[in-house]
Every structure is written in C-alpha cells, then in structure tokens.
Design a binder for this molecule. Structure first.
Ligand code: GLC
Length: 488
C-alpha cells in the first residue's frame, strides 16, 4: 500500500467530520445529523451516499454510523418509499431546485429513489455493533422499502426493478442513457445541456402522473431495468434475509427475501447476460431493448453470491482486467475505454462518463474478494489509494492521470477507509485456499503439467474443491481441464 496511507485515512476522517450537517428541520421539527456529500456542491442528504458514509463512519464512530442511517430513515414514507434526496435544510431549497434536475414530491424530499445500498450498510454497521435494538428500529422501514420496490417497480413481474429516471440509477449522466435522452456524445460541449433538455422532456411527460407511481412506468417514457441497481437490490435482499433471521423475524419472511434475491440474480442472467459479449446489458422500455454500452454497471453482478463461476471468470478476465477497457492505471473507469463516448478527462463536465469512482471500486472489491480474487482486489485498493493520493478527496478521477474532478471533499471517497482496513485484515491473516473459490493462478500457482494436454499449461483460474483437489481452467472457457492434480 501507499506510503501515504495514514495521510489518506486522516483526509477521509477530515471530510466525514467537516461535511456534517446538523439542526432541527422546519419540515417536521425533527432533528437531523448526517454527512452531506460535499459542502460546496451537495449540502443535502442523499440516499445511497448516506449508506456509503455509514460504512466508512463505522471505522471511526459507531454511534455516528448508526445515526446516519436513522436520520435517513426519518424520511421513509408510510407506503415504504424512501426518497433519493432529503432537503432537511430549508435555506438551501430554492438553490437546489435551480441547480439540480430534480422533481420534488414534497418541499423536503424528491419523488425519486436511488440504488438500495441501505441493506448492505445496515449489515456492515450491525456486524460490528451487534446492537439489536438499533437493528430492530432500522429493519422495519428498510423491509418496507424493498417491498415497495417489488410492488411498484416491477410491473412486468420479471423480478427486475425498473427505474423511472436516469438519476435513480445513481449514475445520472452515464452514456447508457444518451439514446433515450437525445444526447450526442460526439459534441462534448453540448452533452450537459442536452441532458438537462432530455430531463425536462421527461418531466413534462410525467407532469400529470407524478402522484401515481405505477403510472409512470406505464407511460414507458423511461422504463429502465438497470443492471447495477438490480445487482445492488438482489444483494440487499439476501443480506436482509440474514438480518431478518438474526432479528428473529418469522422464517417465512426471511426465506421470501432470499428467494426474491435468487430470482433477481437469475433474471439478470436470463435476460441481461450476453453470452457472446460476456457482459450484462441494461434493458430499456417495455420491449426490454438491451442497451449495449459497456459501463461499470455491466460488471456489477460480480457482487452477487452464487453467480455462475464461468460468468464471474469471464467478467474478470475479459473486461475488468482488460487494459483496453477497464483495467486502466487508476481503475475502474465508469465507462470502458474503448467506448466512443468515453470521456476520461471530464471534458463534458458530465458525471459517470469515464472517470473512476470510489463507490464502484468498493462494491467490485468485495465482489472480487467473494470469488477469491484477492490479489486483484488488493491491486484495486492500491491503485485507488494512489488515485486519491494524487487527486485528493474528490468526487471522481481521471483513470489515466488520477486528476480529481467534480465536487471537492466528497463524502463517499472516504470508503477508502473500509478498503484499507479490509486489506490490512486480509494481509495480516494467514492465507488459506478457500473451498469453492475461484482463484487467479498468479496467486494460486503458476504452470502445471496437464495430463489432458500432455504439456505444460498456464491456467488462468482454479477452483479448490471440497475434497481438496484443484480444478483448473484455461483462458478459453471451452478448454476447461478437470483433472484432480495436486492436493492442497
Ligand atoms: C450526483 C450523483 C449521485 C449522488 C449525488 C450526490 O447526483 O450522480 O449518484 O448521489 O451526486 O453525491
């Protein structure tokens, strides 16, 4: 890791502390205390930002981590909906409406939601605190929110949640939305204004239906099954199932969440996986047209448990480690480098069109670890650390130079604290081959003699089987060698 690890940790702590917003809201007389994404650009409470902040805060102050999520959940609505922005502080509201392309459901919160990172954050906080009373308190509204997503946002019952606006994806101006919003990436100077115009057109279509959540999708103006949103959702359902059992909810309810998670994972494979391109595509419209723009979303099913090992291996080898796409000096870029719309240097001034983001790296790191790609995960953390060292605590970074862009002193960049701690724990523990885990051979062993091929081969992965045998595979998925070689 970097020589400057301690400095980066202190910077992350500084931002989490400096960005705190506290007060009593005139909205409902409730006290608020949370970390805003950036004092200069984003003073409000954002849904998935707060979940990431809680994960980082866990390493500093468990009470503040718990409070971050409690504060957010004060905005949960009786029908289960949780807004993507809560505008606690009245003094900023007028500026917010002028500055952000948002639709408010209420003067104090938006009509849109964001990826449900909440379940993952609750799990992280509970695992450390073991505070059952807190868990009980936060589980109720969280369960309701996941049920709201199922009931309102999956009208075609295919187990994939649909979002109604680009900003619900969390990656607002990603080029994957260009066709829908009428954006021409070949004119970089117009991208940002074209996005605003596209959003205005969408708002006009929605104007008379805003209060009827179900109707928005029927209009089919933006009916979008996003791979990253659904991966985070399926991951959240599974983690909630575990938390429900811990909190002694009825077993049937926990089992149902587990089942929904598996169904969403399977739907992602069935409907979004492109066998030829080895990528998961978002689906747009009621006719579910795949949006074939290679972005970091296409890799997100890697975060899910129980993924087909062949798919995991192909995502990692063909895309994540591909130096022409995502494995750049400071990965993971939000858009693959070989996409024509790729904008690494933020020329468009529009977000999620090329620069790297720490929240994406955080999720993919844990996905890599889950499948035994520990050395690649470790390298990702090293590069993320170096990126922050060069660019500062910014919102996003040039994947070639690490120059920082977007908001300064950005909250979720502090997720680096969790990544550093994870790596410290991993390195300090004796390494043991994990049963059933895919391991890249750089770590697991170099060349082996293949009985089947009658020569030395360099396999790109291996699986340690329960009997202690290793199963090796070559880069080409068709040339899999299944020979019980040496015992581990
Ligand atoms: C931008 C991002 C969104 C984030 C918000 C606050 O709108 O697209 O994902 O939640 O900023 O950081």
């Amino acid at each position: 890791m970097s020589m400057n690890t301690e400095f980066i940790l202190s910077e992350a702590r500084r931002v989490l502390s400096a960005n705190r917003q506290e007060g009593v809201s005139r909205w409902n007389g409730k006290r608020f205390s949370f970390v805003c994404p950036s004092l200069s650009s984003y003073p409000f409470q954002w849904f998935w930002d707060s979940a990431f902040h809680a994960i980082a805060l866990m390493h500093l102050n468990a009470d503040l981590a718990k409070q971050e999520l409690q504060c957010l959940l004060q905005a949960a609505q009786p029908d289960g909906f949780i807004p993507h922005m809560v505008l606690w502080q009245e003094q900023h509201q007028r500026a917010a409406e002028a500055e952000f392309k948002i639709t408010l459901a209420h003067p104090y919160f938006t009509a849109t939601t964001q990826p449900p990172v909440l379940a993952r954050a609750i799990e992280c906080v509970f695992e450390t605190t073991r505070d059952f009373a807190w868990l009980e308190e936060v589980l109720g509204p969280t369960v309701c929110f996941f049920k709201w997503l199922q009931t309102i946002r999956d009208p075609d019952n295919d187990f994939l949640i649909a979002i109604v606006q680009p900003d619900e994806s969390g990656v607002d101006v990603s080029p994957k939305f260009d066709a829908l919003l009428g954006i021409d990436y070949r004119r970089p100077d117009t991208v940002y204004s074209a996005w605003h115009s596209g959003m205005d057109r969408l708002f006009a279509i929605y104007r008379d239906s805003r209060t009827e959540s179900r109707k928005l999708l029927q209009l089919d103006a933006f009916n979008y099954e996003d791979v990253m949103f659904n991966s985070i959702y399926a991951d959240g359902l599974l983690r909630l199932a575990g938390l429900l059992r811990t909190a002694q909810y009825p077993e049937a309810e926990a089992a149902e969440f587990e089942l929904w998670s598996a169904r969403t994972r399977d739907a992602l494979i069935r409907k979004c996986w492109d066998e030829q391109r080895s990528a998961f595509w978002d689906l747009s419209g009621s006719d579910e047209q795949p949006q074939k723009i290679l972005t970091s979303s296409c890799l997100f099913p890697l975060i899910l448990k129980g993924m087909d090992s062949n798919i995991v291996r192909r995502l990692v080898n063909e895309h994540l480690l591909n130096e022409a796409e995502f494995w750049l000096p400071f990965p993971i870029p939000s858009v693959a480098a070989n996409e024509p719309s790729f904008d690494p240097a933020f020329v468009t001034r529009a977000i999620f069109r090329g620069p790297s983001w720490v929240n994406i790296n955080w999720y993919l790191y844990w996905g890599l670890r889950q499948y035994g790609y520990d050395d690649i995960g470790g390298e990702l953390v090293t590069r993320t650390l170096n990126m922050i060292e060069r660019g500062g605590m910014c919102e996003c970074f040039d994947p070639y130079t690490a120059e920082g862009f977007g908001a300064a002193d950005f909250g979720w960049t502090a997720l680096i604290i969790d990544l550093i701690e994870a790596e410290r724990n991993r390195i300090s523990k004796p390494q043991k081959a994990r049963t059933g885990a895919l391991k890249p051979c750089r770590e697991a062993g170099e060349e082996i003699v293949s009985e089947e091929y009658g020569r030395q081969i360099r396999p790109c992965w291996l699986v340690v089987q329960p009997q202690g045998h290793q199963r090796h595979g070559l880069d080409d998925s068709k040339a899999i060698l299944e020979a019980p070689t040496k015992k581990v």
